[in-house]
Write a protein that binds this ligand. Structure first.
Ligand code: DQA
Length: 147
């Protein structure tokens, strides 16, 4: 399978950004670990981080017909980007939503994900490990769909 991994705004600052909430692992380290997990599953990854909604939307559109699924941490866009949600609906690829923190036990505005209704499922609260769990879940979903 070909999987697109998308990271939304401020996730390039991991390691420095609010370590009490997000830990000290950098995005590069997360991607390195994720790539190892992908290799063990026989999955190929392409990773992109952007602070710009339109860049993420363009990349989701490009995934149509070329990728089998999308693993996404939309960052704060999770809570209000109907445009990213509509982009996901447009390409009809299976999406797994991941978050480092458990958004459901944080500020009330983080409890709502406008992305979640378009996702196969959501994994939140396991720090950097959320990405690996999300990748395994997406891989299993693709296998069960028999693609
Ligand atoms: C986040 C949670 C969001 O609420 C926040 O805006 C982020 C990171 C997470 O991974 O825990 O940027 O998506």
């Amino acid at each position: 399978y070909e999987i697109l991994v998308l990271h939304g705004p401020n996730l390039n600052m991991l390691g420095v950004r609010e370590p009490g909430v997000y830990g000290t692992v950098t995005l590069a380290a997360i991607e390195e670990r994720l790539t190892e997990t992908a290799a063990s599953l026989g999955v190929r990854l392409e990773c992109l981080q952007s602070n710009h909604e339109g860049v993420l939307i363009d990349r989701i559109h490009e995934a149509f017909g070329t990728k089998d699924g999308i693993l996404i941490n939309p960052g704060a866009f999770t809570h209000y980007s109907y445009a990213i949600r509509d982009a996901i609906s447009s390409v009809q690829l299976p999406v797994v939503e991941v978050h480092l923190s458990n958004i459901h036990k944080r500020e009330p505005f983080r409890h709502v994900s406008v992305i979640a209704p378009t996702a196969v499922g959501q994994i939140a609260g396991f720090g950097a490990h959320s990405y690996e769990l999300g990748l395994i879940a997406l891989h299993r979903h693709l296998q069960e769909r028999g693609e």
